[in-house]
Design a protein around this ligand. Structure first.
Ligand SMILES: [Fe+2]
Length: 375
């Protein structure tokens, strides 16, 4: 009889361990969402627009969002909440306003067993465009069946674009999507179509509000008023090399944003730098900028005390606010397994810079620091 150690990994699984939905013949669960790379497509610049965040119109008691909720629980104290019993596709405009507010407050919201992935491209876009004009990605694929606004996330043995782009470096890369846009994304949706069979492919989410609040008051004042350059130059060249299928549909982007931004609905201050897109602090010499950004990137990456981890099955929808979070993929499941999702990405306001104040009261909101007399 073979020892346990010699059995294939799948045979080690006790029969009661659930695996995630797959077609028996190996075909994708959602063929309409297969990635398509059109070499001739171009994307027009979006230009500046007025953004009135729907969260400003929300009832803070969230009656329309949570009317049918059966359970609401936080994934971690500072970021992430899972909501059971609510179908996103059924929400009224008032419910969507409250969704914007709740996502801003909690950073990330997880909804399972949604029919959102099955209602069609146009209905999906109608819901998500409630939060702002939809971004069209400059080089990532769209669904084979159409819709330029749907960004397809796809990893499979027949399309290793994602794997190749991370070859030889850590796939853990904290970022906010598209921060080099002049008006970067706000309340964003990922619909999970198919996950690796056993586990993996989770999204890591970190609170940028708590990342800022966890710094000493004097250091926070040092950061406020600074701006930084964000560029997607590296991301583009990384995607386009290694025989990738990716096509360049739009010119590279660069923007200058405040290092600390204020959320237009909650008024919370958030650290707005990330190691993927933030290149340098404006007005600092190179070594000074590298040193400061290096510390801030480490701070975001290492502080698991304000992170959460989102696990997906087909039908899970993640709604998160990019203005108050950073996130990372994991890419921890066996190479060749299928992970398939789509993202719809509404753009929001031009980041609002935080203002230095004599005492902004932020320190007293951090009980750990306030209770130790560190304010
Ligand atoms: Fe991302």
């Amino acid at each position: 009889m073979p020892s346990i150690a010699n059995l294939p990994a799948s045979n080690n699984l006790p029969s009661k361990v659930a695996t995630r939905a797959k077609n028996e013949d190996g075909t994708p669960l959602y063929p309409d969402f297969m990635p398509f790379y059109d070499p001739l497509e171009k994307v027009d610049e979006i230009g500046l627009f007025d953004h009135q965040d729907p969260g400003l119109r929300a009832d803070p008691a969230l009656p329309n969002l949570l009317r049918n909720a059966t359970k609401v629980y936080n994934l971690s104290p500072h970021v992430g909440t899972e909501v059971e019993g609510v179908q996103l596709s059924q929400l009224t405009p008032e419910g969507l306003n409250e969704l914007a507010l709740f996502a801003a407050q909690r950073g990330a919201l997880v909804f399972r067993n949604q029919n959102f992935c099955d209602i069609g491209f146009e209905a999906q876009k109608k819901i998500v465009s409630h939060f702002g004009p939809l971004h069209v990605h400059g080089w990532a694929p769209h669904p084979a069946a159409g819709s330029a606004e749907h960004m397809i996330i796809y990893d499979h043995k027949e399309d290793l674009r994602v794997r190749r782009s991370w070859k030889g470096r850590s796939p853990i890369q904290w970022h906010t999507d598209q921060s080099p846009e002049l008006q970067p994304p706000g309340t964003t949706f990922i619909g999970m179509l198919e996950s690796p069979a056993a586990a993996g492919g989770d999204t890591l989410v970190s609170s940028s509000v708590q990342a800022f609040r966890a710094l000493s008051p004097r250091f926070r004042k040092r950061l406020e008023g600074l701006t930084a350059i964000h560029s997607n130059n590296d991301g583009v060249s990384q995607e386009l090399k290694n025989g990738s299928n990716a096509v360049m549909r739009r010119q590279e982007l660069t923007a200058e944003h405040p290092v600390v931004r204020v959320h237009p609905v909650t008024g919370e201050k958030a650290l707005y730098v990330n190691p993927v897109y933030t290149k340098r602090i404006v007005g600092y010499d190179q070594e000074e900028s590298d040193f400061l950004l290096g510390f801030l990137f480490d701070h975001i990456a290492k502080r698991a005390d304000f992170q959460c981890r989102v696990r997906y099955e087909a039908g899970t929808v993640l709604v998160w606010d990019q203005r108050v979070t950073n996130h990372s993929q994991t890419l921890d499941y066996p190479a060749g397994e299928r992970r398939h999702a789509f993202r719809l990405t509404p753009l929001a306001e031009k980041p609002i810079p935080s203002m230095m104040e004599e005492d902004d009261g932020e320190c007293l909101k951090d009980i750990g620091r306030a209770s130790l007399g560190l304010c």
